[in-house]
Design a protein around this ligand. Structure first.
Ligand SMILES: [Zn+2]
Length: 354
């Protein structure tokens, strides 16, 4: 009996401790990440321009339609090594009290398939978040209109976001900001960035009006600190080439910053690591399995000349659920849910913070 009572007690404790994860909406994001990136039950790798990428677009469309939304699809072409490919962007709208619109976007293609990557963190995580947001925000009264966008072909030079902004696939007239979700789980820390104070190259946008305002970033950061005091999102400190909280132009936020709106970029990585090209966030984790040899002293490779892995999950053999679960256990699930919690709360309160 004693053992039965203590087992019941343990069961009670553990079910309480994990209650937050087991409610339907909170496990929804993780469930979608599994469906998208576990190749044994879902899609797996989805290189830009491939049939698998098209299958992913159809799947995202179906997910949003199942939730009761109208989905718009915007095809585009791009050229890679003199070959022509097609892809598409998808968007859906959650109408708010104001026509002023905040875009939340994530790319759905993946890369590194030859290395064994199934694009779980990059960027299955961002896709899972925009699907979960569609579910959580359904029927909610929101101060601003929210537009969710799934971008194609990011990994081949931001083709989807450049086409969306550059070809004006939809009007940006009422858009007051863009939040980019790219690799929001996996790295050691959860960051929120704004655009670099030094203008990106804005070739893809006609009449660029570069905007590096931190207003969206700061609003999201305040929300995260209020919800997750001791492990909230953070700004990376200033490093050579990257002032505090600022990021480069390597993802889908860049064309939007070039079109004159504030952007924020949620990303899980580790700027404190002195990686292959310095403290730029490309090395994501200090986990020893993701390094040939990591040296805590100096936060870099034991031997920078011979290091092969550099703590990089994205585009490598580590970016798949089976490997990630072995390396990080439940951590990635918690990171995913935290990101969705912050975004949901932020857009519900956005009139107070931006
Ligand atoms: Zn990415």
């Amino acid at each position: 009996m004693k053992s039965l009572i203590s087992s019941l007690f343990i069961l009670l404790i553990s079910s309480t401790a994990f209650a937050k994860d087991s409610t339907p909406t909170e496990s929804f994001a993780w469930q979608k990440l599994v469906e998208l990136t576990d190749e044994t039950i879902g899609i797996g790798a989805r290189p830009a321009g491939s049939d698998k990428e098209k299958e992913t677009a159809a799947w995202i469309k179906e997910q949003w339609q199942t939730l009761g939304y109208t989905v718009n699809e915007f095809p585009f072409e791009f050229t890679l090594r003199k070959k022509s490919f097609t892809s598409s962007n998808l968007s859906m709208v959650i109408k708010g009290q104001s026509d002023k619109t905040i875009i939340i976007g994530a790319h759905y293609d993946s890369t590194g398939e030859k290395q064994g990557s199934l694009g779980t963190t990059d960027n299955g995580s961002g896709v899972a978040a925009i699907l979960a947001l569609a579910k959580r925000l359904k029927g909610q009264t929101l101060p601003y209109t929210i537009k969710l966008i799934a971008f194609g072909a990011e990994e081949y030079g931001l083709q989807g976001s450049k086409a969306y902004v550059g070809k004006q696939q939809e009007s940006l007239e009422n858009v007051i900001g863009m939040i980019n979700l790219d690799t929001i789980i996996g790295g050691d820390k959860l960051y929120i960035h704004n655009a670099h104070e030094k203008s990106y190259k804005c070739n893809a946008v006609e009449n660029p009006k570069y905007n590096s305002s931190s207003v969206l970033r700061d609003g999201l950061l305040t929300t995260s600190k209020a919800l997750f005091a001791d492990h909230s999102h953070m700004l990376h400190p200033a490093y050579d080439g990257y002032p505090e909280g600022q990021t480069g132009s390597w993802s889908d936020h860049a064309p939007f910053a070039c079109s004159g709106m504030p952007i924020a970029y949620l990303e899980a990585t580790n700027f404190a690591i002195n990686g292959h090209s310095g403290n730029d966030g490309y090395s994501q984790t200090t986990h020893s399995d993701v390094w040939s040899c990591y040296k805590e002293d100096g936060k870099t490779a034991c031997d920078r000349d011979s290091e092969k892995k550099w703590g990089m999950i994205w585009h490598t053999e580590f970016d798949r659920l089976d490997k990630l679960t072995t390396l990080f256990k439940n951590k990635l699930k918690h990171q995913l849910i935290q990101n969705v919690d912050v975004l949901e709360t932020f857009v519900k309160q956005a009139d107070k913070s931006i």
